[in-house]
Write a protein that binds this ligand. Structure first.
Ligand SMILES: [Ca+2]
Length: 538
C-alpha cells in the first residue's frame, strides 16, 4: 500500500513534523522490512540474541519477510482503525461513572462495549500542557509545555506525535475540532498549524447572547447560554456531521484511518440547545459545600490554586445552580454528538475494526473545594473519563480500577494496532487491561500544576508544593475521604506513610524529567512564540 501524495496535503495532521514533499512516499513494504530488521538488530545489540550466528540469519530473515510481503500487505490493511474522541473540560460527571443526575446515554453505551477506566489521570490539569503531553507520550517536564498557547514543535521540534505515528504507518490521519490547544471560544472555526476541519457554529456567532460572570469574557470565566435552534447548528454538531461524512468516505474508499475528533463542550461558555438545560431542573442540583475553616488546612499554593479566579469564588447559590445546570446541559449535548459519531461508525460498518478511545483533556471542578473549572491538584481536576472499545478489547462492558495516565494512550493505541511506538515515549501500554481488567500496569499516576506535583495511588493522593515539598504537602485517604477534604499530611500518626509516599513522588518526578531519547528539547525559547493573533490567551 502506497500513501497517495494527495493524502499528505489533505490529511495534514496538526503539528506533525515538516512534510517532505521532495521525497517519494515510502512503501509500507519497506517500512515493514526495516521494522523487522531494526527489531532484530536491537535484540542483538541488547545481547538478547547471544549466538553470533544470528547475524548470518539476517539475510534469510530479510528474504522471509519479503516473501511474506503480500500477506503482510493484507495484514496491514486489516490493522484496526482508530477513532479518538475527546471532550474539552469534561470531568467524570457521567451516567456510566455513577453520577446521579447527568444523562450521558451515548458515552454509556460505548462503555458497554468497551472497558471503562475508573482511575485515569491527566498529567497537567490545563488544556495546552495536557494535550501536548498525551499527543507525544511525554510528561510536561519533557515537552517543556506548562502553559497554553505554545505549539509542540516550539519545544520538542522533532518529536513523533501520536497522529504522526499512525500516518507514517499508513493510516489516513484527520483532525476535526480541538485536539491540541485551542483558545475557546476565541479560535473556534480557525485553523491551527494545519488545515483540516475547523467547524464553527451559531454558538460562536451568538456570543453577545451569552451570560458571563465577567461580561464579554467567555473562555476562562463561568458563562452560559440556553441556545435557540438545533444541535446541528452548534460547532460540535457540525463537527459530528463532519466526522460522520469522513467515516462514510473512509468506508467507501476502504481507507485505513486515524480520526481524531475534539469536541469543544463542555468547556465554557456552556452553550447548548435549551432542551438540554430543561433536563436539569435547578432545584435538583446540589451545590458542593466545604467545611468551615477548610482553607486553613491547606498549604498556601493549594489555596491559591482554588482562589485563582475571584469571580468564581463564593458564588451566590442561584448562580452556582445555574452554572452547574449549564455544565450538565453541555455534557449531555456533547454526549449526543458522540452518539452521532458512534452511529455513523456503525452505519459505515466500521465498528468491528475500529478502536474507539473516549476521554477528556483533564478533570474539572463544579464547586468542589469551593472552586470552579480546573488548574488544581485535587482529584476533581486530575481525574478523567476513559473508555476504550473495539478489536482487542475482550472484557466488554467491564470497568477497571487500573491506574492509568494519559501518556499511556500513545503506547496503548500503538499496541492495539500492532505498531511500534518511538523509544522516546514515557507511557505504558494498558492494552493487557482491555483483556483482563484486574491487571494494573502502574502503581501511581503523576499530575503536576504550577510548583506542585501529586501522585494518586489506588488508595491515597499525596501532593507536595515547591522543591521537595518546601511549600507544604497534602495527603488524602480515598477510603475514608473520597472528596479530599481532610488533609492528613501534618498528622503525626500519618508521618511514616507521608514519608513513603513522598519518596515515591520524588522518584516519579525524577522519571518524568528524564530526557526523552532522540528528542530535541528547546528550553531557551521566549515565553510565548505563538502570535496572539493566531492563538489567544487561553
Ligand atoms: Ca480543557
Amino acid at each position: 500500500m502506497i500513501l497517495p501524495a494527495s493524502s499528505f496535503a489533505s490529511s495534514a495532521v496538526i503539528q506533525s513534523a515538516p512534510l517532505r514533499f521532495d521525497k517519494p512516499p515510502v512503501s509500507l513494504h519497506t517500512l515493514l522490512l526495516n521494522r523487522h530488521l531494526g527489531k532484530i538488530s536491537k535484540l542483538l545489540f541488547r545481547g538478547e540474541i547471544l549466538d553470533i550466528r544470528a547475524y548470518f540469519l539476517l539475510p534469510l530473515v530479510a528474504s522471509a519477510v519479503l516473501a511474506c510481503d503480500v500477506a503482510a500487505n493484507a495484514a496491514e490493511n486489516a490493522k484496526p482503525n482508530v477513532l479518538f474522541l475527546i471532550c474539552d473540560d469534561l470531568n467524570c460527571d457521567l451516567g456510566s461513572y455513577g453520577h446521579p443526575l447527568v444523562k450521558s446515554p451515548n458515552i454509556d453505551r460505548l462503555a458497554k462495549r468497551g472497558v471503562r477506566f475508573t482511575h485515569a489521570y491527566c498529567q497537567y490539569p490545563l488544556c495546552g500542557p495536557s494535550r501536548a503531553s498525551f499527543m507525544t507520550g511525554l510528561y510536561p517536564d519533557q515537552t517543556l509545555i506548562h502553559n497554553n498557547s505554545i505549539y509542540v514543535r516550539e519545544c520538542v521540534p522533532n518529536v513523533k506525535t501520536l497522529s504522526q505515528m499512525f500516518r507514517n504507518e499508513g493510516h489516513f490521519a484527520t483532525r476535526i475540532g480541538k485536539i491540541y490547544h485551542y483558545g475557546v471560544p476565541r479560535h473556534i472555526g480557525t485553523a491551527g498549524q494545519d488545515d483540516t476541519i475547523n467547524p464553527r457554529g451559531r454558538d460562536k456567532d451568538e456570543e453577545d447572547r451569552i451570560f458571563s460572570l465577567i461580561p464579554g469574557q467567555f473562555g476562562g470565566t463561568l458563562s452560559w447560554l440556553a441556545a435557540e435552534g438545533t444541535d446541528a447548528e452548534q460547532t460540535d454538531g457540525i463537527a459530528a456531521a463532519n466526522a460522520a461524512e469522513q467515516l462514510k468516505s473512509y468506508a467507501a474508499k476502504k481507507q485505513q484511518f486515524y480520526l481524531a475528533v475534539g469536541l469543544y463542550r463542555p468547556h465554557t461558555p456552556y452553550v447548548a440547545p435549551k432542551k438540554y438545560f430543561e433536563m436539569y431542573p435547578l432545584d435538583k442540583i446540589k451545590v458542593p459545600e466545604v467545611p468551615d475553616g477548610y482553607l486553613e488546612t491547606l498549604p498556601d499554593p493549594a489555596v491559591r490554586s482554588i482562589r485563582r479566579k475571584p469571580q468564581n469564588s463564593n458564588l451566590p447559590d442561584k448562580i452556582a445552580r445555574q452554572a452547574i445546570q449549564a455544565y450538565y446541559a453541555s455534557i449531555t449535548f456533547a454526549d449526543a454528538q458522540v452518539g452521532l459519531i458512534l452511529d455513523a461508525l456503525d452505519e459505515a460498518g466500521l465498528a468491528e475494526n475500529t478502536i474507539v478511545l473516549f476521554t477528556s483533556d483533564h478533570g474539572y471542578h463544579m464547586g468542589e473545594h469551593g472552586h470552579y473549572q480546573k488548574t488544581t491538584l485535587f482529584e476533581n481536576a486530575a481525574h478523567v473519563p476513559l473508555i476504550i472499545a473495539g478489536p482487542g478489547v475482550t472484557a466488554q462492558g467491564a470497568s477497571s480500577s487500573a491506574i492509568v495516565e494519559m501518556v499511556d494512550f500513545y503506547p496503548t493505541l500503538a499496541d492495539l494496532c500492532g505498531l511500534t511506538p518511538p523509544d522516546s515515549i514515557s507511557g505504558i501500554s494498558q492494552a493487557p487491561v482491555l483483556k483482563d481488567p484486574t491487571l494494573s500496569p502502574r502503581d501511581s499516576a503523576l499530575t503536576q500544576y504550577a510548583t506542585g506535583y501529586s501522585i494518586r495511588t489506588p488508595r491515597y493522593r499525596y501532593t507536595h508544593w515547591g522543591e521537595d515539598g518546601v511549600d507544604g504537602a497534602e495527603l488524602y485517604d480515598h477510603e475514608s475521604d473520597p472528596e479530599e477534604l481532610v488533609n492528613l499530611a501534618d498528622k503525626p500518626e500519618f508521618a511514616e506513610l507521608a514519608e513513603q509516599l513522598s519518596q515515591v513522588l520524588n522518584m516519579r518526578i525524577a522519571e518524568a524529567n528524564r530526557k526523552p531519547k532522540k528528542v530535541k528539547q528547546i528550553r531557551d525559547r521566549e515565553e510565548r512564540r505563538v502570535p496572539r493573533t493566531a492563538i489567544g490567551p487561553r
